[in-house]
Design a protein around this ligand. Structure first.
Ligand code: FES
Length: 127
């Protein structure tokens, strides 16, 4: 059996939504101390909808594929739905990850949650 699914390879080779959003209103950065990988998520939220999302990942192929898939899963969705995104859903959408690579999908979940928290903090301050 191949180590990685076709979807993982596709999102690793052609990651979607890579980059920076200059006027993002939610930014989250997380890292995994063990492997040293770092993921940064940028959200542009308007009217409670994730209008745009981009990421920068300095990490392994699974981390890149997970970030890419995670951005696809939340783009255009309401904030409330993005808040429910789990690493399991990301891994499932990628047709699975090897057990020892599941923490890479956790990083994607955490990066999105951290960006959403940043968005909440900024909006609370504005109000
Ligand atoms: Fe750490 Fe993939 S090996 S995020």
């Amino acid at each position: 059996m191949a180590l990685y699914s076709e979807k993982v390879m596709d999102h690793f080779r052609n990651p979607r939504n890579v980059g920076v959003i200059e006027d993002a209103n939610g930014i989250g950065e997380v890292g995994n101390a063990k492997c040293g990988d770092i993921m940064k998520m940028y959200l542009k939220i308007e009217d409670d909808i994730i209008q745009d999302v981009k990421f920068e990942t300095f990490g392994c192929g699974s981390a890149i594929a997970s970030s890419s898939m995670a951005t696809e899963l939340i783009k255009g969705k309401p904030v409330s739905e993005a808040m429910k995104l789990t690493n399991k859903a990301v891994a499932e959408a990628l047709d699975g990850l090897p057990a020892y690579k599941m923490h890479c999908s956790v990083l994607a979940e955490e990066a999105i949650q951290s960006a959403l928290e940043d968005y909440r903090n900024r909006t609370e301050k504005d109000n």
